[in-house]
Design a protein. Structure first.
Length: 349
């Protein structure tokens, strides 16, 4: 009898398209999107623009491109962008902000979330020898913080203060669907304070490829030119857009399952000696697991993989587990039990 398949909790980007999604993609009506003639891409863009409450949207290959376009169309070389600690554009986008747009980043607050006062504290003085603060970015939910939801009251206060200072606002909404599912706040409301917003289809929604930048029509036309300059324009991309449309229509409602599974995972692992989980911070589908010194997260992750559960070490004492479409409650409980056992066995005698 073969061993059970490993429970892979490294990321919600690991999902495989379902049979009905593959069928939708195979049947997609397509055209040349560089000429704006792909009907499936156009349908997706129109729907996402409506969902986010923006005038227009642009289908993209990745969330990284979405964030970088949001930065590029709202800044100039030498500008500074305010972000939360551990922000995706700083940690996971290959220094593209510096390389492509010539910007630098200033960190507000701690743990990924911040307040209007903390934002104002890092705005540069308006003198010529200092960087020019131009853009404020918020990540919702926040990846490195463990899928935490940025409180909407803070978002509104930050936006009001930023606009009073003449600053633009960008939303990294790769997991905005999760924030909406967990809070009951419509995506349009969550995105309303921002000039530009990205959403992703290949994380919680389970599509194989794709994100979108949502903004005004003028901003989207500028972003379209950058997309072409950066090699991101695609031709018959309706095949990919069909997967994203299917995910929007069929997978949004099940995100609550991932959130419940994350909570269950956290309860099992968090009860283990040597492991620490802030249960109050398990708000969506991501769980940060900290281990006590001298246990090393990398060692635990290596042993856990051999035992049948795959998680990423994201720091010397921290691991991350992400729930998604391709893991069931039984998978999650089995994976949590394995990880808990490995952590317990790693404690000094």
């Amino acid at each position: 009898m073969s061993a059970p398949k490993a429970v892979d909790l490294r990321s919600d980007t690991l999902t495989r398209p379902t049979a009905p999604m593959r069928e939708a993609m195979a049947r997609a009506e397509v055209g040349d999107d560089v000429f704006g003639e792909d009907p499936t891409v156009r349908a997706l863009q129109e729907e996402v623009a409506t969902l986010t409450g923006k005038e227009a949207a642009l289908f993209l290959s990745s969330g990284t491109m979405g964030n970088q376009l949001g930065i590029a169309i709202q800044t100039r070389h030498g500008d500074e962008v305010i972000v939360g600690e551990g922000a995706h554009p700083v940690w996971y986008e290959a220094a593209a902000g510096a390389a492509l747009s010539g910007v630098q980043f200033a960190t507000a607050g701690k743990g990924g979330l911040y307040t209007a006062d903390e934002m104002e504290a890092v705005i540069q003085a308006g003198v010529y020898w200092a960087p020019h603060t131009q853009l404020v970015c918020i990540e919702n939910t926040h990846n490195r913080a463990g899928g935490r939801i940025f409180p909407q009251a803070d978002v509104v206060a930050i936006a009001a203060r930023a606009k009073a200072r003449g600053l633009a606002l960008h939303l990294d909404g790769a997991r905005l669907w999760n924030a909406s599912a967990a809070t009951g706040i419509p995506v349009q409301t969550l995105a309303a304070p921002f000039d530009t917003a990205t959403v992703c289809f290949s994380k919680g929604l389970g599509a194989p490829v794709g994100s979108a930048l949502c903004a005004s029509k003028a901003q989207i036309e500028r972003a379209r030119r950058f997309r072409k300059m950066w090699g991101g324009a695609m031709r018959q991309s309706g095949i990919l857009a069909a997967g994203a449309l299917y995910a929007l229509h069929h997978h949004r409602e099940r995100l609550a399952e991932d959130h419940a599974n994350a909570r269950r995972f956290a309860e099992i692992v968090g009860a283990t000696k040597g492991a620490r989980i802030e249960l109050a911070h398990v708000e969506t589908n991501i769980v940060n697991v900290d281990v006590d010194d001298p246990i090393r997260a990398e060692d635990v992750a290596t042993r856990a993989r051999a035992a049948g559960v795959i998680v990423n070490a994201t720091g010397p004492r921290r691991m991350r587990a992400v729930m998604h479409l391709d893991v069931s409650r039984a998978d999650v409980e089995r994976g949590a039990t394995i990880l808990a056992g490995v952590i317990a066995a790693s404690r000094p005698a």
